[in-house]
Design a protein around this ligand. Structure first.
Ligand code: ATP
Ligand code: MG
Length: 318
């Protein structure tokens, strides 16, 4: 952590959640929100809450939805100096309703919101010049201005001895255009830590089968992999062939959104604070599990004290 803060780049949103289970938004219905959201923002919130030095790059509108996010992140101890406030576009948003089978209906406003309108600025340049770690979500690569920031930032952070983590966050079926696909592959190859979930592992490796995918990723340069498996836990793999399985904590899931981001933010922060992979995995699993017990994408992100209490009080699967 000595080298400088963990920096995350990407979309900042509010989420508004239907309070009933069912299909879509075609009738007037009760909603709850706005909650601060956006996968990169959830990740960095968890970093800050856990006591890691953390900073965010992105944009919000000059509206209450933007202020909800800025105040939330600031309150978590996150440096918000490189979050710009767009004078013309509203803060990004996602309306979400869960269906009976656990799948979700969304109404998004991201591409045409402030969330997608940020670029290389003086504030961003100052922050990246003192960053110790960069975290990138694959989903940010569909935003051209985010790509510009990420490309420059990766080189600068790596050149000053910093590290990179990548959460592919790209569904297996999702086809990217050639240039984005190449950029994604290059980012993966440069990752000191890769945090795929489920079949994103094979997607990132371009190879079928878990063992083959892991082998290929280490061949192309990845240093450490933690595979997330939802309620089935997570697994750490090292280049040296070490494997550590982390069983999930037993909780009742209220709102699964944000589990992977809290897990990743906690894991990375603990590693940067000097913990072993085994210990970091326990905090990460606790952070993911605790977050699904609370409504709102990052409302359950825990502080060190809250996660210690959660770990002491909660059974784990065997
Ligand atoms: P996201 O939907 O945020 O993208 P993800 O697919 O990236 O999530 P998951 O594997 O769903 O990530 O969750 C990350 C970690 O959080 C899991 O490895 C597990 O440790 C914990 N976790 C997630 N869901 C549950 C659950 N229902 N019960 C217990 N732990 C959970
Ligand atoms: Mg994920």
């Amino acid at each position: 952590d000595q080298l400088g803060p963990t920096v995350c780049v990407g979309e900042i949103l509010v989420e508004i959640v239907a309070t009933t289970v069912g299909n879509g938004f075609m009738e007037a219905q009760p909603l709850v929100g706005p909650f601060a959201s956006g996968a990169p923002a959830i990740f960095i919130s968890q970093c800050g809450r856990l006591g890691g030095s953390a900073a965010m790059i992105g944009a919000v509108g000059a509206d209450d939805f933007g202020r909800v996010n800025l105040e939330r992140l600031k309150g978590d101890g996150v440096d918000i100096s490189a979050i710009s406030i767009d004078p013309d576009y509203p803060t990004g948003s996602a309306f979400v309703r869960y269906r009976k089978d656990g799948s979700r209906d969304f109404v998004y406003n991201i591409a045409t919101s402030a969330a997608a309108r940020f670029g290389w600025s003086e504030g961003v340049s100052n922050l990246i010049g003192r960053a110790g770690h960069l975290h990138v979500m694959g989903s940010a690569l569909s935003v051209p201005s985010a790509c510009e920031v990420i490309d420059k930032a990766v080189d600068i952070v790596k050149a000053r001895g910093g590290t990179l983590s990548v959460d592919p966050n790209i569904r297996k079926e999702l086809k990217l255009d050639e240039a984005t696909e190449q950029r994604f592959a290059q980012l993966v190859a440069k990752a000191d830590l890769l945090l795929p979930s489920g079949e994103e592992l094979e997607r990132a490796a371009g190879v079928e089968g878990e063992t083959s995918a892991i082998r290929r990723l280490f061949e192309i340069g990845v240093k450490e992999i933690v595979l997330k498996r939802g309620a089935d836990g997570a697994t750490y793999y090292s280049r040296e062939g070490e494997r550590v399985d982390a069983p999930a904590f037993i909780v009742s899931e209220i709102d699964p959104t944000g589990a992977g981001d809290c897990f990743g933010g906690a894991y990375l922060t603990c590693r940067r604070l000097g913990m072993s992979a085994t210990d970091a995995l326990i905090y990460a699993a606790a952070a993911g599990a605790r977050n699904v017990t609370v409504v709102g994408p990052m409302e359950g992100a825990g502080t060190r004290e809250q996660l210690d209490a959660f770990i002491a009080a909660t059974e784990r699967r065997s």
